[in-house]
Design a protein around this ligand. Structure first.
Ligand SMILES: C[S@@+](CC[C@H](N)C(=O)[O-])C[C@H]1O[C@@H](n2cnc3c(N)ncnc32)[C@H](O)[C@@H]1O
Length: 410
């Protein structure tokens, strides 16, 4: 640990953020002697994203219950970014910064006297060791992708460039969601509910197998033909530690296959209320990490129609009815309402929930991702009760009984 002037410490963070092999950074805590300001973020997370093929830094700021995400474009291979925005971010009076690149991590802690300690750790063999960006600077493909695009998995899946980018975007989300120290001394236990053709399941297991203690994954899928095909593909691509089970999400019990309850629950584009089934299973297992990319939201749409939305007989107040009177607005609003209700239900179960962009909207219009993590210190009962009230009031105000409220009734 070196004690240095603060600008020097922040310059080290800045250069990590602009490294081509940058993986993730977080900042939090309030520096001593600084006042709490209502609209100043309490926590920030930065990660690299590719938007339409261009590198950006995605900055997610949490201020109380509000989460705001913005993207700063990184220009040129040397990585210059919107300097003013980056300077403003680094000027926020956080007590700590932690920035990770493929080469290692830099940890900055601001001292009482306004100086900073800077610690550096070299990269250990984490997930996808050898496949993390920048793991081999001579290899451009590895710099840009968490999973080497030359991995035989992609040939087995018949996945082209778009799919590979989608896989990469998903793995970055997964990487950002995994708390440090989770399952450090045993294989990480993962379940993918409604895994379909399983290309994300296969990619996740391939990448997570590179963790020091490896990983095991179970894919659950209703359709037996997909289970059969995915099993064959896993064998053909040499992805070990992955099994598939035919059955419904609501009845899924992968615990015996994983050797314990799942650490990570994935539910990616499971249809309609299958996402609610998945969230309910995840909460019952108290899974520390849940990533759910919802698909169609017909349940709430149907209930809005039943409430007379857009008709003279609407039971909704006029100002609300205006939001859902046309079918296209109703469809979009049902997406937002359903996912807001799901986020509140998970917060009522003690999860910290972000809704982030899953993959570039060019790939799919359904590109929201609910990212829920159980914090190490349980959320206070008052916060959980407030989230439950928010869920109930929101549902009542829209005259809906969302599937998630029934599945996660207190
Ligand atoms: C749109 S696909 C998504 C597949 C994959 N997760 C992905 O993102 O590429 C949804 C899959 O969920 C499966 N599914 C839907 N409802 C289910 C349920 N209740 N139980 C198990 N699987 C279900 C469907 O059979 C389908 O294969």
């Amino acid at each position: 640990m070196a004690l240095v002037e603060l600008p020097e410490a922040l310059a080290a963070v800045r250069s990590s953020l602009l490294e081509e092999s940058f993986v993730r950074a977080t900042a939090g805590g309030r520096r001593r002697g600084t006042e709490a300001v209502a609209d100043r973020p309490e926590r920030v997370e930065v990660r690299p994203v590719l938007l339409r093929g261009v590198r950006h830094l995605q900055v997610t700021e949490r201020t109380g219950p509000v989460v705001r995400t913005r993207n700063l474009r990184v220009q040129g291979p040397a990585g210059s970014v919107d300097d003013e925005a980056l300077d403003a971010l680094l000027a926020l009076p956080f007590a700590t910064w932690h920035a990770e690149t493929a080469a290692g991590a830099v940890q900055v802690q601001v001292t009482k006297k306004g100086l900073a300690t800077v610690g550096r750790t070299a990269a250990t063999a984490g997930p996808g060791a050898g496949a993390r960006p920048g793991g081999d600077l001579a290899n451009d493909r590895r710099k840009e992708h968490l999973l080497d695009p030359g991995d035989p998995l992609f040939a087995v899946l018949g996945a082209g460039g778009d799919k590979r980018r989608q896989v990469d975007a998903f793995l970055r989300q997964l990487s950002a969601a995994l708390p440090e120290g989770l399952a450090a001394d045993r294989p990480l236990r993962v379940v993918d509910l409604g895994c379909g053709n399983a290309y994300l399941t296969l990619a996740a297991q391939r990448w997570l197998a590179g963790r020091p203690a490896g990983a095991r994954t179970v894919g659950v899928e209703l359709r037996a033909d997909l289970v059969q095909r995915s099993t064959e593909r896993a064998a053909a691509a040499g992805v070990d530690g992955l099994v598939f089970a035919a059955g419904t999400i609501a009845d899924a019990d992968p615990t015996h296959l994983l050797g314990g309850p799942p650490d990570v629950v994935l539910a990616l584009h499971a249809c309609d209320t299958a996402t609610d089934d998945a969230l309910a299973r995840a909460a019952a297992w108290e899974a520390p990490v849940v990533l759910a990319a919802p698909c169609c939201h017909r349940d709430v749409q149907r209930q809005l129609v039943a409430a007379g939305a857009g008709t003279a007989a609407s039971s909704l107040p006029a100002a609300q009815d205006a939001l859902v009177s046309s079918p296209i607005l109703r469809e979009r609003f049902a997406d937002v309402l359903t996912d807001s209700l799901r986020a509140a239900a998970l917060r009522a179960r003690g999860y910290r929930v972000d809704v982030v962009e899953f993959v570039d909207s060019r790939h799919t219009p359904r590109n929201a991702l609910l990212r829920a993590v159980l914090p190490p210190r349980p959320a206070p009962a008052a916060a959980r009760d407030a989230a439950q009230r928010e869920l109930e009031e929101l549902a009542a105000s829209w005259r809906v009984r969302p599937a998630i409220a029934e599945r996660l009734a207190p």
